[in-house]
Write a protein that binds this ligand. Structure first.
Ligand code: T4K
Length: 376
């Protein structure tokens, strides 16, 4: 039996490199509540990502909720159905009504035209996702937000280190929220961050993630516990030392997939866009006729070869029970999102994937494209 290959695997630096960090934490007895590892990681990330202010949080989902709270977002928020469910769940936790708008069929991100059409007097914000790390049409979204007085928040869970014209994409919008989950390009086991350009908003976020404490005895609003622990932060500091190598290996693997699969009828790639430095956090392919199998048949067939690709993002968020009765969840409103959800398959990509392992995936896809597969 062959070794299973999963869609991803966390990057873990050698354990011995982590021990000195743990020794320091043990000696300090400070294990959470904004200690020195936490402060160092915020500074190190702000330098690495070239952004002014970073607030660490315990995971990306809480980061989204805190971001919405920090901007006092109320009422309707226009968002994409083609994302991980956390994007819209965060809106529910903040008491907002998600309004789904369709995606652009090329970028798979919110289509600015559909966003504009979804605006009502109750709309207060746009929550856009840089899906697979492909930057949204940021200028168009910002223009809409400015014209209508809307907040613009980016769910940047997939976009660590992505640049456009050699600049961080986290300079756009009011806030960007990152995830440092085990499955992400940069992981702290669990974790995340909110990026802002405004020191006052960072200060507010830092209070919100610490129960709302303003000083030792004063709490003025509904805060939450969204802090990152010292162990997670220290792990992040170590991870950062490996990030350039991690991104290089991901790029190599992406290039190998592109050259091996290019030209196969029925396989289409998702392009990162002109001027974009991608992070290759995912490797989505689109399966359509004349490929001899449907995406779901291919997905099942790969499993029989111990290759566990993933159908990110199927089902659409708008099809989950919490959302499907919303008027905007109607299929006729979301044709491009629905097509993507039934056609995209994310292939294994992670720094430890060897060339030989990747070749197993490539060969299985080539076999399937010739109609030869173990799928019954
Ligand atoms: N916004 C967006 C756009 C997101 O994609 C996400 C998270 C969020 C917000 C929320 O951020 P966080 O609150 O999570 O920080 C995974 C992740 O759990 C989730 O973080 C991620 N998006 C989503 C796209 O994928 P699952 O249910 O697919 O994970 P799971 O456990 O099936 O893992 C996938 C594969 O990864 C496994 O087959 C094996 C490998 N794996 C996974 C873990 C957890 C490992 O090798 N080791 C591990 O520890 O959701």
């Amino acid at each position: 039996m062959q070794e299973p290959l999963f869609v991803t695997q966390p990057h873990l630096p050698p354990l011995k490199e982590f021990l000195p960090y743990l020794e320091e934490i043990w000696a300090s007895k400070v294990i959470t509540n904004g200690g020195h590892q936490h402060q160092d990681l915020e500074r190190a990330l702000s330098r690495y990502l070239d952004v002014p202010y970073v607030s660490l949080v315990s995971n990306g989902t809480l980061g989204l909720i805190i971001a919405l709270q920090a901007l006092n977002v109320q009422g309707e928020v226009i968002t994409t159905p083609y994302s991980f469910v956390a994007t819209s769940n965060a809106l529910l936790w903040n008491g907002n009504t998600p309004v789904f708008a369709d995606i652009d069929p090329e970028t798979l991100n919110l289509d600015p035209g559909a966003v504009r059409a979804a605006i009502t007097p109750q709309t207060t914000a746009i929550l856009a996702v840089h899906c697979y790390g492909t930057p949204c049409q940021r200028e168009a979204l910002q223009n809409i937000a400015n014209e209508h007085g809307l907040k613009l928040i980016y769910d940047a869970a997939h976009a660590f280190g992505v640049q456009h014209d050699e600049q961080s994409i986290f300079g756009s919008g009011d806030l960007s929220v990152l995830s440092f989950h085990a499955t992400k390009v940069f992981n702290t086991f669990e974790g995340g961050a909110i990026v802002t350009q405004d020191p006052a908003i960072k200060h507010h976020i830092d209070q919100l993630k610490n129960f709302g404490f303003v000083d030792e005895v004063t709490v003025e609003e509904r805060g939450i516990n969204g802090k990152m622990s010292e162990v997670n932060a220290a792990f992040g500091l170590l991870q950062l030392k490996h990030m350039d190598a991690v991104l290089r290996r991901r790029a190599e693997l992406a290039t190998r997939y592109l050259s091996a699969l290019e030209g196969i009828p029925g396989i289409k790639f998702v392009q990162p866009g002109r001027g974009v430095t991608p992070n290759h956090s995912y490797f989505p392919i689109r399966i359509r006729a004349p490929f001899p199998f449907s995406r779901d048949e291919l997905y099942e067939s790969l499993k029989t070869s111990q290759i566990f690709a993933r159908r990110y993002f199927y089902p659409l968020i708008s099809d989950f029970p919490m959302f499907r009765n919303l008027a905007s969840a109607d299929s006729s409103n979301l044709p491009h999102a629905r097509a993507a959800a039934s056609e995209i398959l994310c292939l294994p990509i992670y720094p430890n994937l060897s060339n030989a392992e990747q070749d197993r995936v490539i060969n299985a896809l080539i076999e399937a494209s010739l109609g030869r597969t173990s799928f019954q």
